[in-house]
Write a protein that binds this ligand. Structure first.
Ligand code: SF4
Length: 217
């Protein structure tokens, strides 16, 4: 079986087992983007607590986040960990939206994907995974998000060399799959799901939707 067939087969097997994941779990695009920043190095449960605090204060707004002092913001997002750094990242991100798009998300989302990605990566504290999550899940651009689970699953199945970087893994998916936002949305979410349920540090291959594939653990 070719690499192309296996990558496509993974999606079918995962979708068949788990179905649609309904990502990203957020009420608005801004909440989605804040979640993408807050989720760095923590669990989604902690992100939900931090977002809940922001919602309770009516702070899920570009205007309000632009005026709230960083130390107040840091306290509110404390449950997400690394809260001082994350407060600065959020402030930098909001400043970017204000300066480049007059604070209007619709204007930001109309930007060409490649240009927007470059600009996002220019914001201190925004790396490729966060930038691509913003592009895919908030701006609805067809770009594949790579995370630690993606790397782990693909390397355990010998689909990528162990020293593969983010760009190489992203290109593998984007070269093989049709460039559809909906497909990229589901595929990434499904890899996270199987990563959490089966492809843990110590893999539980027995019963995993991908156990049929030849792999090296
Ligand atoms: S748990 Fe095993 S079968 Fe499942 S993705 Fe990981 S290595 Fe593959």
């Amino acid at each position: 079986m070719s690499k192309r067939e296996r990558i496509k087969g993974f999606y079918s097997a995962l979708f068949k087992r788990y179905g649609s994941q309904g990502w990203w779990p957020s009420e608005t695009p801004l909440e989605c983007m804040l979640g993408a920043i807050l989720t760095q190095n923590t669990s989604w449960k902690n992100v939900e607590k931090a977002l809940g605090n922001l919602k309770d204060r009516g702070l899920i707004s570009v205007e309000k986040l632009s005026v709230v002092p960083a130390h107040v913001l840091a306290e509110l997002i404390r449950p997400s960990g690394y809260f001082n750094q994350k407060a600065i990242k959020i402030k930098n991100f909001i400043k970017f939206i204000k300066e480049n798009y007059d604070g209007m998300l619709e204007k930001m989302f109309k930007e060409d994907s490649k240009k927007l990605r470059e600009k996002l990566l220019g914001i201190k504290g925004i790396g490729p995974e966060t930038a691509d999550s913003i592009l895919l899940y908030a701006a609805k651009k067809p770009i594949f998000v790579v995370d630690a689970y993606t790397y782990r699953i693909l390397s355990r199945h010998a689909l990528i060399p162990e020293d593969s970087d983010y760009k190489e893994i992203q290109e593998l998916f984007m070269d093989i799959l049709p460039k559809h936002t909906r497909l990229f949305n589901e595929y990434h979410a499904l890899l996270v799901k199987v990563g959490k349920e089966h492809c843990k540090k110590k893999p539980i291959c027995n019963g995993c939707p991908l156990e049929y594939d030849p792999h090296a653990v």
